[in-house]
Design a protein around this ligand. Structure first.
Ligand SMILES: Cc1ncc(COP(=O)(O)O)c(C=O)c1O
Length: 426
């Protein structure tokens, strides 16, 4: 077993051991078929029911179910009261939607570096990013680990800023005992295929504030003030999009919601096994769950300690080669993001809406994006790898143990990897 699979040895994880996500049961089939048997395929009773059930599950007063988490984030930016040219502070490392939602509303993203231990926005970097134009902080609970909401709320309170939570990866995660999405002024969740609650695609906007709910609702449905089940007047009171969910997807989401607590428990158990089995593997930095943070274990994100691995070259090269070696063992490791956000072309070229908009808008103050200003995000980006499948139901602790063996084998045999050969273009 000590010969790496990438060097011709035996693969650690046999084909077929890892099962696909999400598990589909009779409940899913019954509810989706019930929707199909009805005649409301756009907005329908399952959409309304999903909203009511999510409000109860997450503890929010208002919500709108959407066709994506990205749509819900855009609604959150609008609901925050931000106007064209206003600045919104967001972490330098996240999914692109955590920042494109800011551009979609004509606002200007200002990045703050992350904290290496948690990979979330570093509260100590936020204050330096605040200007007279800052309107909101958009915090991301990355990979299911809550951001430090007490520190973020404190800064927001002192500068009179709204707080938007990107909970797209963080269903059920808790900070100091309170679920995410119930800390800030408003929040967005995703129900995309890979998320802890999967309805194919989809999402939900949540808030406890009536005015924010109304503002988000206008953006959600053509700028109108009435929902599709109300007596619509088809009048655009504000600029709107078409971000509504549909009945089939909502039916699938409702079925998955009945199983979400059980899924989260499986994720916790599998993560505990991975943490135990991988403790003290040389060169491997394991994910943490600091006191007061309730991880939902959406993703098991590790980093590589290049020095401990005896590597002086480009960190991303060794990471990529080791990941290929892990994949050859059957470990479903992946790189989550290859670029930090300020290094992406849309910010370097400022090419969002043409003519340099929104950065060239008369209400905007010039903002520069220098990727070198975010060294922690860059280090995380270059050295990380993540996994979702080994955490997810129906995969159990036996699977998690096998995955841990595959990872340990690669780290213990790192000296036997021919990095140039592994990464040579085929
Ligand atoms: C942190 C984060 N924010 C936002 C999104 C966007 O969600 P969706 O794909 O549902 O639009 C994602 C999805 O991958 C995400 O991971």
């Amino acid at each position: 077993m000590s010969v790496l699979a990438i060097n011709g040895g035996e693969k650690t994880i046999p084909a077929g051991l890892l099962k696909n996500w999400p598990p589909i049961s009779a409940t899913d089939k019954k509810m989706v078929l019930a929707s199909l048997g009805d005649d409301k395929h756009a907005w329908g009773p399952h959409c309304d029911a999903l909203q009511e059930e999510w409000k109860r599950w997450n503890g929010n007063r208002y919500c709108w179910t959407t066709n994506s988490g990205t749509a819900a984030l855009h609604m959150a930016v609008a609901a925050s009261g931000a106007s064209a040219g206003d600045e919104i502070i967001t972490p330098a490392y996240s999914w692109t939607s955590s920042v494109s939602c800011i551009l979609h509303h004509g606002c200007v993203p200002v990045f703050a570096d992350i904290d290496f231990a948690t990979a979330n926005i570093d509260p100590s970097k936020i204050e330096a990013a605040v200007s007279e134009r800052t309107r909101a902080i958009l915090a991301v609970h990355l990979h299911g680990l809550p951001a430090r909401m007490d520190a973020i709320m404190d800064i927001a309170g002192r500068h009179n800023l709204a707080v938007i939570e990107d909970c797209c990866q963080a269903h059920g995660a808790k900070y100091r005992g309170r679920k995410v999405g119930a800390w800030g002024d408003c929040a967005a969740f995703s129900f995309n295929q890979n998320k802890c609650l999967c309805s194919g695609e989809g999402g939900i906007f949540v808030t406890d504030d009536e005015e924010m709910a109304a503002s988000a609702g206008q953006l959600w449905s053509f700028g109108e003030t009435r929902t599709p089940l109300q007596n619509r007047d088809y009048h655009a009171y504000a600029l709107g999009w078409m971000y509504r969910n549909n009945d089939l997807t909502a039916a699938f989401g409702r079925a998955q919601l009945t199983k979400l607590d059980g899924y989260l428990e499986t994720q916790r158990k599998n993560a505990a096994i991975l943490l135990k089995e991988l403790k003290s593997v040389r060169g491997l930095i394991l994910p943490t769950e600091p006191k007061g943070h309730g991880h939902n274990w959406y993703n098991f994100t590790c980093r590589m300690d290049m020095k401990a691995l005896g590597w002086n070259g480009s960190p991303a090269r060794l990471r990529d080669a080791m990941m290929k070696a892990m994949n050859a063992e059957g470990v479903p490791a992946h790189t989550w993001q290859r670029y930090i956000l300020p290094a992406m072309t849309v910010f370097r070229a400022k090419n969002a809406y043409g003519h340099g908009c929104p950065w060239s808008c008369p209400y905007t103050k010039d903002v520069q994006y220098d990727p070198a200003a975010f060294p922690v995000a860059q280090k995380h980006c270059d050295t990380h790898f993540g996994m979702t499948m080994p955490l997810r139901a129906p995969n159990d602790t036996k699977v998690a143990k096998a995955v841990a063996h595959g990872i340990r084998k690669v780290f213990e045999n790192v000296g036997k990897l021919d990095v140039d050969k592994i990464l040579a273009p085929k």
